[in-house]
Design a protein around this ligand. Sequence first.
Ligand SMILES: *Cc1c(COP(=O)(O)O)cnc(C)c1O
Length: 416
Amino acid sequence: MRWNLPPDRVPSAWFNVAPHLPVPLEPPLHPATRQPVGPDDLAPLFPMPLIAQEVTTEPWVDVPGEVLDILRLWRPTPLVRAERLEAALGTPARIYYKDESVSPAGSHKPNTAVPQAFYNRQDGIRRLTTETGAGQWGSALSFASALFGLECKVYMVRASYRQKPYRRVMMEVWGGEVVPSPVDDPDHPGSLGSAISDAVRDAAGRDDSHYALGSVLNHVLLHVTVLGLEAREQRALAGEARPDVVFGCGGGGSNLGGIALPFVPDPDVALVAVEPTSCPTLTEGRFDYDFGDVAGMTPLLPMYTLGHEFIPPSIHAGGLRYHGDAPIISSLVRAGRMRAVAYPQGKVFEAAVQFARTQGAIPAPETSHAIRAVIDEALAAKESGEERVILFNYSGHGLLDLGAYDDYLTGQLDQV
Ligand SMILES: *Cc1c(COP(=O)(O)O)cnc(C)c1O
């Protein structure tokens, strides 16, 4: 029911999907000139190796040894068969999940935080700035910064800063400095887009500082492929030829990319993004060039977007409250290689509780979106009497989201 790999099997190269995309990616555009951005435009914010990874078409990119040593603190992560959930559903489907909740920060995000901190320190940078919504990315980067001796300043969406004090404390334990965003408007609840503006402005103004983004960009999705590569190997150990369908929840697209991209070259594997109906980027957004942040300071990215000024309702899946999606994910959806579905919050928590009461683990609200879709897929397989092999990414645990579960259990959760 559970497949582990030894520590020497952490993948030593990241999988680059670029050569496998049905349609090549359009370049990001400069916010002022609307011309394609070059490496020099990005150099004030990112170290050169990350800028190079953003555009590389090499099929594999080596993982530096120092990064591998840190990833081995928790990797390889287990692949688990959710047999008790299958039994409760009475489905002939076989459900597997990749458990990324075992990382120090409790999600998939340290997989990119560690290499980003590594390349910045190698570049002589002493300080990183970033944004965080619910606090998961800020905690991953604070953790990675601590291991490389970097300062880390986190602009946290003000609503979460007030609602989720324990995530802030986690960041502070790892030495991160956390301030509520937007910094210039103490009455505003904030959004991811406005926190990105604060963090970019800070890093652009200081020579010793760079900015780090926790999702969306090509190099972030590249780093997170370690988990999909491991899952591909573990699936063979579990005796499965291939998954029929792979699910991941979609915020900026990194955990979904991590599990799904290594399967893109296999046309028999269906790929599905799951998002909230209250922030329906892929299911209802338009494909266009748009800014990554509210203030319009970042390059324009070709992606599905709800408009950079869209402020989503404050649902509990803070990590899925983003107006855009990764250009790589957007390109796959646009080309028909990946499909997208959306669920309201009430149905998502119902699935989360069903999972916890069968498998034991309490999932993050973000992760529970994938679980909702997986349960529906397994019920459809029961209906049609089909044996289906389902794989999903268990992107994080929900042990710091118990306030949300309390709302659900006491009937106070917004159903939409
Ligand atoms: C941040 C987060 C997400 C969403 O971010 P992506 O970049 O879309 O992966 C999903 N699940 C968890 C647990 C997260 O922390």
